[in-house]
Design a protein around this ligand. Structure first.
Ligand code: ZN
Length: 176
């Protein structure tokens, strides 16, 4: 079982924006409208569903998996239950840029969703849940992108029927 290195201190001291970067096109696994998961709801509803799904996945990992996943996902589950998810109705957060899907600032319990996610017609609840697991890992103290991505992959693959999309960190982290 692999353990993940925690990068503490520096990252917490500075307000570094940690964004999940998307490869384009983002979700390809299911066509739009194939299931209700992929039908975009009003933003409020869609974000609430995505957050609930992310919390479900994190809780399942905390209950079912052995160490170190159990401990890691207990922390992620707690982080997600305290996190506020925010987005802009128009425009985008300056920190988002062209390829950033979401970001957090230090351990501030707030997940910012970028326009690329909010306005992508194919970005389903399951894709959003995957994104929120990644950001929840950052909030739980996993600052490094490869660590957050490993946890994201482990959780989504174990609890659901697979990744909704591949994030752009995967190749550089040696993850498939
Ligand atoms: Zn990240």
């Amino acid at each position: 079982m692999r353990s993940f290195t925690l990068c503490l201190g520096l990252a917490f001291a500075s307000l570094t924006s940690i964004g999940a970067r998307a490869e384009t096109p983002i979700p390809t696994r299911n066509p739009v409208g194939e299931s209700t998961k992929f039908k975009r709801q009003p933003p409020q509803t869609w974000v609430a569903l995505g957050l609930r799904e992310a919390q479900r996945i994190a809780r399942a990992m905390a209950i079912v998996r052995t160490a170190p996943y159990r401990e890691h996902f207990a922390a992620i589950s707690a982080a997600l239950s305290h996190a506020e998810v925010v987005w802009k109705e128009t425009g985008d957060y300056p920190a988002c840029g062209a390829k950033t899907m979401a970001y957090v600032l230090g351990r501030e319990p707030r997940i910012h969703l970028c326009a690329i996610v909010m306005r992508h017609p194919d970005f389903g609840v399951d894709a959003l849940a995957q994104t929120l697991i990644h950001e929840g890992a950052h909030l739980a103290g996993f600052r490094r992108e490869c660590d957050a991505t490993k946890l994201e992959i482990a959780a989504v693959r174990f609890v659901t029927d697979g990744l909704a999309y591949r994030n752009a960190y995967m190749p550089g982290c040696g993850l498939r």
